[in-house]
Write a protein that binds this ligand. Structure first.
Ligand SMILES: [Zn+2]
Length: 636
C-alpha cells in the first residue's frame, strides 16, 4: 500500500520515553528489577476529585466513570510502601538526575535553575496515587542528525507507570515493579521528511542515549509517542506505544496513508455533496431484530441490558464504504471509535444487507428512519443501554467533521505498524506541585563536573569499540545497537572467544532467525552466557550456536542442555575424535592413495557428516591434515 508521496507532506514530532539504568527507583530504594513472581497484591479504586480532572473532556469523564477495581501486584525488593502510595516519596534519585543532566548537556539543552517535582493526573489506574511525578530538567537544544539540527523542546525526568498485566473489563491488573523506574522524556520539535529520514532521527537519538551507557536496553525500555500530521492539516494524531524502529517506520507510513485517505474522502464529499452531513434521526430498533438470524445481533441481544439503535446520516450514502486506499474507510474509523465506549462495532448502510441482516430488516429500518434512498445512509449500533447515548454522541460529532479530513485523536500502535483509535486527544493535563519532595537547586559546579561525562559522538563511540574489540565498524554498530551489548562485553572479557565471533552470533544469527519469524525473547542472559561458556570450555563446537539458537527461538526447548540433547551434539573427547578420524581414514585408504592430499575434501565431507556441531570444523581439518602428512611421510 503506497500513497503518492508527491501529494503527501509529512510532519512528525517525537516524544521519547527511555528507562534509565539506575540501581534504584526515582523516589525510593527499591531495585529496578523484574521479579520472577509477585508475592502479594492489594485492591484499589481510584477516585480523583472532580475538580482535579479540571479541563478534561467528556471522553475522559466517561473513561473515569467506567473506572473499575484495580489489582496491584508487588514483590519484595521491587516495590515498597512508596509504590503502594502508603508512604511519601523520598528524595530524587541523584544518579537518575545526573543522567538526565548529562543527556541535557549532550543535546545542548538549557538546564533549569531549580527542579520542581510536579504531579500529572493519570486516570487509567497505572499509578496507585492517581498521578505521575515528573520534573522539567531543561529546555531547547538540538540533536545533530547527519549535520542537520533537529530542535529539542523539553527534557523531563519522570517515573514510569505500573505494568499492565491484564484487563478483563471488570478488573485491571498492574505490576508495581515498573512503577517508579526513572524515565527520561525527550520531546523533539516536529520535522518534515520521508518516513526513513524520520526514522533516522529516532535512531540517532536512541544511539546517543545508549552511548551514555546510562540507559536500559531491551524491548519495552524505550517507548515513543509520535505526533503525525500531513499536508499542514489541522488534525494532529498522536500514536502511542511505538517500541521498535521497524515498527516506527511502518506506523508513519500507515498514518500518512490513512490520513491522506481521510483527506481524499473529505474532498470527494465536498465536491459531490453540497448539503451538510448531519446525523439527525436516532431510533430504537431492537424490535425489528427480535427474531434476527444474524449471529452478531443475536449475541448483542443475548444480554437483556442491551439495546439496538439506528441513526440516519443525511447525504452520506456511499461514503461509509468508500475506500481511497485498501481498508481506509469511514465505516472502519467509526467502528474503532465506538470500541472506546465498550461496543463491538457498528453496521452501516453501505455494507447491508449482509452479516445475517436481511433486506427485509434493512427496509424496515429505512422506513423508520425516513431514509431518502438516493442520498441518505444509516448506522446500526447495539450494546449496553447506559453507554448508548455517549457513544451515539461521539459518532455524530465524528460524522460532522468528515468534511474537514483528519480529526485530532490519540491512537495506539500495533505490532504490524497499523494504528487503532484509542481515545480523543486529551487537553493538556493539569499539573500540581508535589509538596512531598523538596525543590532541588542545580549548582553550577555540578553541571561543570558532568560535562566530562557527556557521551562521545556516535562515530567516536564506534571507532573506540572497533579498536577495543578488534571488530570491524559495521559489526561494532550492530552489536552496539543490539540489546545484547552488555552480554557481549561481559563474554568478551570473561572468555577466550574472539569478540568478532560473539558479536556476529549475537547479531547476525539472531536477526537471521528473527527474519524467519521466530522470537528471541527466550534467549535470556543466563542462556546466552551458558552457551558461550560451553563453547569456551570445549564442551560444544562453535558450529552448534546457530542450531541451539534455532531450537530455543522455535520454542522446541527451554534450556541449553535440552537443545544439546535434542540436537545430539554432546561433546566428543579428543581421544574419541582421534579414533573416529582414524576409522574414516582407514575406510577410505584407496581414495587417499589415489588422490593423496587432494583427498582432504572428501575426508572432510565424511567427517563433518558425523561430527557437525560437535567439533569445530577447523580442528577436524587440522587433524586430518596432520594424519595425511604422517601417512605420506612414513610411506616415503
Ligand atoms: Zn519502593
Amino acid at each position: 500500500m503506497i500513497a503518492n508521496s508527491k501529494e503527501i507532506v509529512l510532519k512528525v514530532g517525537f516524544e521519547i520515553h527511555q528507562q534509565l539504568l539506575t540501581k534504584t527507583k526515582l523516589f525510593c530504594n527499591c531495585g529496578c528489577i523484574e521479579p520472577e513472581n509477585y508475592d502479594s497484591y492489594f485492591f484499589r479504586k481510584l477516585r480523583p476529585a472532580q475538580s482535579e480532572l479540571g479541563s478534561y473532556d467528556q471522553a475522559s469523564l466517561f473513561e473515569f466513570s467506567k473506572m473499575r477495581t484495580i489489582k496491584y501486584y508487588s514483590s519484595f525488593g521491587s516495590s515498597c510502601l512508596v509504590e503502594a502510595d502508603e508512604e511519601p516519596p523520598h528524595r530524587i534519585n541523584s544518579d537518575a538526575l545526573e543522567t538526565a543532566l548529562i543527556i541535557s548537556l549532550a543535546l545542548s539543552s538549557k538546564i533549569v535553575d531549580e527542579i520542581n517535582v510536579m504531579r500529572k493526573i493519570v486516570i487509567d489506574g497505572s499509578n496507585t496515587s492517581g498521578f505521575q511525578r515528573t520534573m522539567l530538567i531543561s529546555l531547547g537544544g538540538y540533536l545533530d542528525v547527519d549535520n542537520k539540527k533537529v530542535g529539542v523542546q523539553t527534557i523531563c525526568l519522570e517515573e514510569d507507570s505500573g505494568k499492565l498485566i491484564s484487563d478483563d473489563g471488570n478488573i485491571k491488573e498492574y505490576g508495581l515493579d515498573r512503577l517508579g523506574i526513572p524515565l527520561i522524556e525527550i520531546a523533539l520539535e516536529p520535522v518534515t521528511g520521508t518516513p526513513s529520514e524520520i526514522m533516522k532521527i529516532a535512531l540517532t537519538l536512541g544511539r546517543l542515549l545508549r552511548a551514555s551507557k546510562r540507559v536500559a536496553r531491551g524491548i519495552g525500555s524505550i517507548r515513543q509517542d509520535v505526533n503525525i500530521s500531513i499536508n499542514n492539516g489541522i488534525g494532529v494524531v498522536e500514536v502511542k506505544g511505538v517500541q521498535r524502529l521497524d515498527q516506527l517506520i511502518k506506523v508513519i507510513e500507515y498514518e500518512s496513508i490513512r490520513q491522506h485517505g481521510l483527506l481524499l474522502i473529505a474532498e470527494k464529499l465536498k465536491k459531490e455533496r453540497l448539503e451538510n452531513i448531519i446525523a439527525d434521526n436516532v431510533r430504537e430498533i431492537t424490535d425489528i431484530f427480535i427474531n434476527s438470524q444474524s449471529k452478531t445481533v443475536k449475541k448483542i441481544l443475548s444480554n437483556t441490558n442491551h439495546t439496538i439503535k439506528a441513526i440516519r446520516v443525511k447525504n452520506f450514502k456511499g461514503f461509509f464504504g468508500y475506500e481511497p486506499y485498501p481498508n481506509i474507510r469511514i465505516g472502519k474509523q467509526l467502528g474503532e471509535l465506538v470500541r472506546f465506549y465498550g461496543f463491538g462495532g457498528i453496521f452501516h448502510s453501505d455494507e447491508l444487507p449482509n452479516y445475517g441482516i436481511t433486506e427485509k430488516e434493512v427496509d424496515k429500518i429505512k422506513e423508520i428512519l425516513e431514509i431518502d434512498d438516493k442520498k441518505d445512509g444509516f448506522i446500526i449500533i447495539g450494546g449496553p443501554k447506559e453507554r448508548m447515548s455517549v457513544a451515539i454522541d461521539a459518532l455524530c460529532k465524528r460524522l460532522e467533521i468528515v468534511k474537514l479530513g483528519v480529526p485530532s485523536e490519540t491512537r495506539s500502535a500495533l505490532i504490524d505498524g497499523t494504528t487503532i483509535y484509542s481515545r480523543p486527544k486529551p487537553g493538556s493535563a493539569r499539573m500540581y506541585p508535589e509538596t512531598d519532595v523538596p525543590v532541588y537547586n542545580i549548582k553550577n559546579d555540578l553541571v561543570l563536573s558532568l560535562r566530562k561525562k557527556v557521551p562521545k559522538s556516535w562515530n567516536e563511540t564506534i571507532t573506540q569499540l572497533s579498536k577495543k574489540y578488534k571488530i570491524n565498524k559495521t559489526l561494532s554498530e550492530k552489536i552496539f545497537d543490539s540489546i545484547y551489548f552488555e552480554i557481549f562485553e561481559e563474554l568478551s572479557l570473561s572468555t577466550k572467544l574472539a569478540p568478532s565471533f560473539i558479536a556476529s552470533k549475537l547479531t547476525e544469527d539472531v536477526i537471521n532467525l528473527e527474519r524467519q519469524g521466530y522470537e528471541s525473547n527466550n534467549l535470556t542472559k543466563e542462556i546466552l552466557v551458558d552457551i558461550f561458556k560451553k563453547i569456551d570450555s570445549g564442551q560444544i563446537a562453535k558450529e552448534s550456536v546457530f542450531p541451539i539458537f534455532e531450537k530455543l527461538m522455535k520454542k522446541e526447548v527451554t534450556s541449553v542442555e535440552s537443545a544439546i540433547n535434542l540436537l545430539g551434539i554432546e561433546s566428543v573427547s579428543d581421544k574419541e575424535l582421534d579414533r573416529i578420524l582414524d576409522q574414516i581414514i582407514e575406510d577410505n585408504m584407496s581414495i587417499i592413495k589415489e588422490k593423496e592430499f587432494n583427498s582432504i575434501n572428501i575426508l572432510m565431507g565424511k567427517s563433518m557428516a558425523s561430527l557437525r556441531g560437535k567439533v569445530d570444523g577447523k580442528k577436524i581439518n587440522d587433524l586430518i591434515n596432520k594424519k595425511l602428512k604422517n601417512i605420506f611421510q612414513s610411506d616415503n
